[in-house]
Design a protein around this ligand. Structure first.
Ligand code: RVP
Length: 500
């Protein structure tokens, strides 16, 4: 007879946390959200990647491109660049994240000494910058001849035909920095010489970057920035599939991806095992690769024994996902996380190896995040949450009185990511949709909302008497709630002023 699981499948909204003793040791300013991403032996070592906030953005066309990856890494999390695009394009996105150097800006407004004041004005208007690099050939990385700022010309008297060479501040009078200096060294030069911008050049006097006074301050606002400790680049992940991994993985590794993840709606498959085995054969343990998604201990165990560095949990809970309706597979996200977290802990007690788990999909309210972390997730993957921000790759539109952004599932016809829903065999197409195309309310720049979300998580952790995510997982007390008490949890039996 089939196995019927005795427990009901529950989701986050059916639970609440019960406070623990709050002490001076666990006030919000003392709480750490640092969390391991890759498997490790806690008795001997640290995880090779620790996130500074427990968030990763979903492996989706409508969520994770290079812009999102840079913004999220600067805030302490990590993006997985979507894999449902040609290999070269995914690798280019990864490379763009790796090239990003906080505070070091590649000059995108440049002229040559032979250009005219009219050219300078046109470029200033087009790019909105007031500092223009003057290079021998007018390219961003030509030999630096000088710079032009609005202090170098006077619109009321200067002729528009005037050559840049006549009014630029020439190289001999510039203060420059050498390629390789740190941001704080660049900042010291900026302050010592009262500059607004410092050009950084290489040994051939070619322009590499500008460092602007204002950008140093913004770097200091991101103390959680997630950097690769060896080369100080921002960290980035990338999605792969179980079909073209022999070509995709080398390209992504070459581009500098810090971590890969096999992206599948149902990861309990021989193809995931084969993919990981191939990666181990080619790269040993040097490539960090996650696998999933699974919803029970059997699936977890299979992927861990196949060599996965982390395991993603969740089927059918995603906001745009209709897998449960279409195929009748899945499990309430809370129950799935609790069950797989137990399997992770059992594996750790048996082997001394801790394999982090990621709860993927189904987070609606900020408090769901704390619940998922308390139930045992080491970190969370979110699509809808990040799709709402300026940094996501999709269109911002006005629909009626609302400003929205587009958000579509990888299993929708629009994304047509058949590899994610691959059942093996020769078919290279999707026979039916497992996701929808939708809108989400626009939520502005990521940082404002993210800071508020993190404050809520820390406030809850403080109420629970916990100072880090490990103690939250160990000490949290959770209770299932009735549907009546869910109603009691919102404002009720009053006429809200903001809704009249
Ligand atoms: P959510 O955060 O609830 O929007 O869920 C995002 C997750 O949904 C993704 O990380 C992925 O696991 C899943 N997904 C993506 N596309 C689809 C689909 O089309 N069914 N589902």
């Amino acid at each position: 007879m089939a196995i019927i699981f005795p427990d009901t499948s529950h989701t986050f909204g059916e639970y609440l946390l019960i406070p623990g003793l709050t002490t001076p040791e666990c006030t919000v300013d003392k709480i750490s959200l640092r969390t391991p991403l890759a498997k490790y032996s806690p008795a001997k070592e640290e995880s090779r990647i620790n996130l500074n906030i427990p968030f990763v953005s979903a492996i989706m066309q409508s969520v994770s491109n290079d812009t999102m990856a840079i913004a999220l890494a600067r805030n302490g999390g990590l993006s997985f660049i979507f894999g449902s695009q040609p290999i070269e394009e995914e690798a280019e996105m990864v490379a763009r994240v790796k090239k990003f150097k906080a505070g070091f800006v590649r000059s995108d407004a440049n002229v040559s000494p032979k250009d005219t004041l009219a050219d300078v004005l046109a470029i200033t208007q087009r790019m909105g910058h007031s500092t223009i690099g003057v290079t021998d050939d007018g390219t961003p990385d030509g030999v630096l001849c000088g710079i032009v700022t609005s202090r170098d010309y006077r619109l009321s008297t200067d002729s528009l035909d005037r050559k840049v060479a006549d009014f630029m501040t020439p190289f001999e009078r510039l203060t420059t920095g050498c390629k390789g200096i740190s941001l704080s060294e660049a900042n010291d030069i900026i302050w010592a010489h009262k500059l607004n911008a410092l050009p950084i050049i290489d040994e051939e006097q070619r322009l590499c970057y500008f460092v602007f006074r204002k950008d140093y301050d913004s770097h200091k606002e991101n103390p959680l920035e997630l950097q690769n400790p060896h080369n100080k680049t921002l960290m980035v992940g990338a999605g792969i599939n179980t079909r073209d991994y022999k070509e995709r993985v080398p390209a992504l590794v070459e581009a500098g991806a810090d971590v890969l993840c096999i992206d599948s709606s149902d990861g309990f498959s021989v193809w995931q095992q084969e993919t990981i085995a191939w990666i181990r054969e080619q790269y040993g343990d040097s490539v960090i690769v996650g696998a999933g998604n699974v919803v029970d201990r059997e699936g977890f165990r299979y992927l861990v024994e196949a060599g996965a560095d982390f395991v993603k949990v969740g089927i059918g809970g995603g906001s745009i996902c209709i897998t449960r309706e279409q195929k009748g597979i899945g499990r309430g996200q809370a129950t799935a996380v609790i069950d797989v977290a137990k399997a992770r802990d059992d594996y750790y007690h048996e082997t001394g190896i801790y394999v982090p788990i990621c709860s993927d999909g189904g987070i609606v309210h900020d408090y769901h995040m704390t619940l998922a972390l308390a139930m045992g997730a080491d970190f969370l993957m979110m699509g809808r949450y990040f799709a709402r921000f300026d940094e996501s790759p999709t269109e911002k539109l006005r629909i009626g009185n609302n400003i929205v952004k587009e958000y579509w599932g990888e299993g929708s016809n629009r994304a047509h990511n058949w590899q994610r829903y691959d059942g093996g065999g020769t078919s290279t197409t999707m026979k039916f949709e497992e996701g929808v195309d939708s809108y989400v309310p626009y939520a502005g720049p990521m940082k404002d909302t993210l800071d508020q979300t993190l404050s809520k998580i820390k406030a809850t952790m403080s109420s629970c008497g916990t100072v880090d995510l490990k103690s939250l997982r160990k000490n949290a007390k959770l209770t299932l709630v009735s549907s009546t008490s869910i109603i009691e949890g919102g404002a009720h039996d009053v006429i809200r002023k903001d809704r009249t």
